[in-house]
Design a protein around this ligand. Sequence first.
Ligand SMILES: [Mg+2]
Length: 232
Amino acid sequence: MIRRNLKRALDAALIDVGGTLWPNSWPFRETDALGRRERIAAAMPAMEPEAVEALADDLISSSRPGDEARSISTEMEIVVKAEVLIANSLARQGLPADPQTVMRLRRAMSIPISDRMKPLPGAQELLAEIHALGMRTAIASNTYWRDAESYWDDFRLLGLAGDIDAIFTSVDAGHLKPHPAVFEMALRWAGCTPDRCVVIGNREENDIAPALVIAPDLWACAKALRAMLDSD
Ligand SMILES: [Mg+2]
């Protein structure tokens, strides 16, 4: 056992979210806009209610094309970054776009995961298996509004937070996968070289291109991981 641990070939799994751990798309609901208005008001406590209302109208209407595209797929092409969209909206309202305000509004615009949303079959088992194999798990995900803090709330709600050790998003990294920034953040956290990590994801360009194994589902993925370590 000790010898196996010393010889262990993989230290960490870097795991995608949309289309991998949970569904790739979900419908946008009317209540989502209401929730955003409430969170925007909470994020701007010093503002007059009418000004908050005007800002919320602008933010919600200018992000509608993205919302509609994301109800089809979380893997849409992002044209305008969330920070830029928010800064433009603040400018139209004659408000300063300091980084703290932009961050608070970005989190306010992030729609919490629905209580109807379920992880994909085998997701919890895969995460548990990675831990059982002595590896650590890090989320490596392309997002629009969500940063790591928003994601922790989602994973707590889904009951998966205990199986995840760290979260890295394109919002935190400043670039979308396949740009290496998200993976580089995860590697720095893991403190290991890329050859000691495995990337698990559903999208060929972002996740699969450098992969060794293609698994049809998450159980097969867990099995393939165990086999990789056993053959060491
Ligand atoms: Mg994906």
